[in-house]
Design a protein around this ligand. Sequence first.
Ligand code: ATP
Ligand code: MG
Length: 412
Amino acid sequence: MANKINVLKGTKDILPQDIEMWHFVEENALKTFTSFGVKEIRTPIIESTDLFQRGVGETTDIVNKEMYTFEKSERSITLRPENTAGVVRSYIENGMHRLPAPVKLWYKGPMFRYERPQAGRQRQFHQVGVEMFGVSQPAADAEIILMAENFLKSIGLEDLDVEINSLGCPKCRAEFKEKLKNVIRPHLNELCEDCKGRFEKNPLRLLDCKVPQCQEIFSKTEIQNVITSDFLCDECREHYNQLKKYLDDLNVKYSENKLLVRGLDYYTRTVFEIKSNNLGSQNAVCGGGRYDNLVEELGGEPTPAIGFAMGMERLISLLKEKETSKLDGYIVSNNTTEALKLAQQLRLQGLNIEIDLANKKFTKQLEKASKVAKLALILGEDEIAQNKVSIKNLETGEQVTVDRNICAEKIK
Ligand code: ATP
Ligand code: MG
């Protein structure tokens, strides 16, 4: 026998026994987002590497170590590690700023990050997300958080914590960064290598370092005083307060987390995460925030925007197993031609039907029917002679014989 070839590390097949969970999640995404007037967009999986270098940011883990990048015809191409940059590119390229604001888009699909595979972390995984363009007011932030919450509720997830924070605008954040660097600088030598690297380029990222020794340093009083200080300028504070008021008015439960900074460079003002207590250390199911400068940085007109992305594998791991749904009917007959004909008739009438294709014995066919279908549709010699079908309910054992032309109605 030839050598077997296995699936790549960090990637997985989604098998038929699990696909209904995916359909369930995808259908609810479509339903929920449509209820907010959001339209689906599908962008390519491959994009110019530049798009992510500029759109996700040179100082992020994603761009520094997680991208799948390759050369083709002297162009550098990258498998998308996330979809916001691609959606922004498409928004600009297709002149969507000319559409009435807000432009609301949602997506779903595979993303690729070269990470260490572990529970809740794959190299090919799936995200579903929403982006809203053209509104700077905090009502957009509230609506985006509501959308995420409505969707999670629609698939039956309730036990979730919403955490929010404001990172301010480039102006007030710059001052905050300086203060933070000043109090951390004396401890620079004691920080982990990653933090040393981030210190100059992206000091906010230090705060979500998971290394205990770093966390211990950040818990020092003089550093905590800076972290917990209110550094927002008047406009940013007003925006944040109004968002919290909307969430209160809508009874959305949330907590404020000053350490929530998010991995990506582009966020401004509002950031949020939704976490599940039923997941292990990779417990974030949703991450999002406002990115008011990204459209302009990628060559578009200045356009405020906000969005979120959810990890679909993590969502699905929280759902209860779904039973695979059964066929409407399985045709049991020794006459293959008649079985093929009836199956074809019923499928065109909207039913899900299978037949035996391998000349199996009548009793074997009945056994198969009771495994895969709700009804056995029996075409014996008598039925064929009279142009009838016997419909047997495989749960109750009840059986009726009807004319073939009303068979579909009877089944329904
Ligand atoms: P994390 O802190 O878990 O690395 P992140 O900040 O890299 O998250 P985002 O880029 O915000 O994640 O992606 C949004 C969501 O996508 C995450 O909350 C998570 O549910 C999911 N996700 C991210 N990376 C992976 C991965 N490698 N495998 C599976 N799901 C992932
Ligand atoms: Mg990550």
